[in-house]
Design a protein around this ligand. Structure first.
Ligand code: GDP
Length: 437
């Protein structure tokens, strides 16, 4: 998943802090050392890491603990704020009619991102149209056309015609009835002069409101160099960092971009059209630190479920019967992969750890769970603890499944219940912590 490694290391560092008895200089130094190691492994610039470490140390020991916070929370808050400050701000992307020009080197993920972006606006209720001006890379036309067709997004391209500027001119005219016009341009292996000339020519014709540069997340700190070079040629409005799901070096690109005069608009977190996320530093960091991202979760739920009611409160409250679990699994299943959703909850962080197999609840399994639960009594659904071995056999027979299936369901429920509890209560309540921030 997205920046798993960095997230886990940072969370481990904070866990140490939570567990330590006293917050003194030694504790702070230790935590800072762990954070340094995590950031450096993720390819964040050494100078930046050292600066940040210094800030954390100074602030943690000198700043007064705000009222209502204990010293541990005070330090966690400082770490949170300092991490946000090294990745800078997010590019503002208004939801209104506009033309967006996509630029970047070949292989950066530009074409994939173009379709993801169309999908993003589509989900927000706008009508996107896509022009393929990548006349350089063989296959780009077909790739983009196929992606757009699948998404039901208007597409314009001229296969085989090398005249990118002419295509843009005609394409924008043809698609003018759409709200958002996205122009995918050609890349090269490096920022060569013919690429710059072509970008400038297209730029002059398309007159884009936004120029989004796509950078491969795996390039780490080199991101700043590339962002600077593109910015010096036609200027960029914002950056999309792609492939953050597949690299351990993502911290490099994320922190490097803010060093240039630009900011990050989106991040690419997978290969499907839905794997594009708006980049918002505070949400991003809270997720990384395991503090959850309740805001994104609710938005995702609303997008997925439309008008249907979604009881997020129940999800977070922790009264957790089998019935609740089923309802939640059903809703979550509509929202996308379980793992992505769970990462937005403050469970995986300083609360309870979710075992890997908890994410593997597929549609098939959900169907089986339903059949099993249909064979249970109301009382059993509300209080699964009363289900003994005789009832397990009975339920299995009644549903045409095996006793192991019943046990699996019960085990799963227990695991989720424990996770919910860990997140709700305990000595350290991360959600309460987030509210304080
Ligand atoms: P272009 O040459 O810049 O247009 O690059 P493409 O859009 O064709 O992308 C190059 C490769 O990167 C393709 O195999 C994409 O599926 C893959 N890719 C793009 N974005 C992402 C991402 O966010 N995550 C992952 N895992 N792969 C991506």
């Amino acid at each position: 998943m997205v920046m798993d490694k960095l997230g886990n290391s940072l969370q481990d560092a904070l866990k140490k802090l939570v567990k330590s008895g006293r917050i003194d200089e030694r504790t702070v130094n230790e935590v800072v050392k762990d954070i340094q190691r995590a950031l450096l492994q993720s390819d964040v610039n050494v100078k930046l890491v050292m600066q940040m470490s210094q800030h954390i140390k100074e602030r943690a020991l000198k700043e007064e603990v705000p009222s209502g916070m204990n010293p541990r929370e005070h330090v966690i808050r400082i770490v949170y704020q300092e991490l946000i400050s090294i990745i800078g701000k997010s590019t503002d992307i208004p939801l209104k009619p506009q033309t967006i020009m996509m630029i970047g080197l070949q292989g950066s993920g530009k074409t994939t991102t173009t379709s993801k972006l169309a999908r993003y606006f589509q989900r927000k209720g706008l009508k996107p149209g896509v022009v393929c001006a990548d006349t350089f890379r063989p296959g780009a036309y077909q790739q983009l056309k196929t992606l757009c067709t699948k998404l039901n997004v208007a597409f314009y391209g001229e296969e085989g015609n090398p005249d990118a500027v002419g295509i843009v001119e005609r394409g924008l005219k043809e698609l003018q009835k759409n709200d958002i016009l996205i122009v995918d341009t050609a890349g090269r292996h490096s920022l060569e002069s013919d690429l710059i000339t072509e970008m400038e020519d297209i730029h002059a014709v398309a007159k884009p409101d936004y120029k989004l540069l796509v950078l491969d997340g795996a390039i780490g700190q080199q991101a700043s160099e590339q962002a600077r070079a593109f910015n010096d040629s036609i200027g960029i409005s914002g950056v999309v960092i792609s492939k953050l799901d597949g690299t351990a070096k993502g911290g490099g690109a994320l922190s490097a971009v803010s060093e240039t005069n630009s900011s990050i608009a989106f991040i690419g977190v997978g290969e499907t059209p839905d794997d594009l996320e708006r980049f918002e530093p505070d949400r991003f960091i809270s997720r990384l630190l395991g503090m959850g991202d309740i805001k994104s979760l609710i938005e995702k739920a609303e997008e997925a479920l439309g008008e249907e009611d979604f009881d997020m409160e129940a999800m977070l409250r922790g009264r957790f019967t089998l019935k609740d679990m089923y309802k939640q699994l059903e809703s979550l299943n509509k929202m996308g992969p379980m793992k992505q959703i769970m990462q937005m909850l403050p469970l995986g962080g300083l609360g309870a750890k979710i075992p890997e197999d908890a994410y593997q609840v597929t549609g098939d399994k959900l169907g089986r769970y339903r059949v099993l639960m249909d064979s249970m009594t109301e009382e059993e659904m509300l209080n699964p603890r009363i289900i003994g071995s005789a009832r397990i056999k009975r339920i299995a027979r009644g549903s045409g499944c095996g006793p192991d299936d019943v046990r699996e369901l019960l085990k799963y429920h227990k695991m989720m219940q424990t996770a919910m509890k860990g997140f709700r209560g305990g000595k350290f309540n991360m959600q309460k912590m987030m509210k304080k921030m």
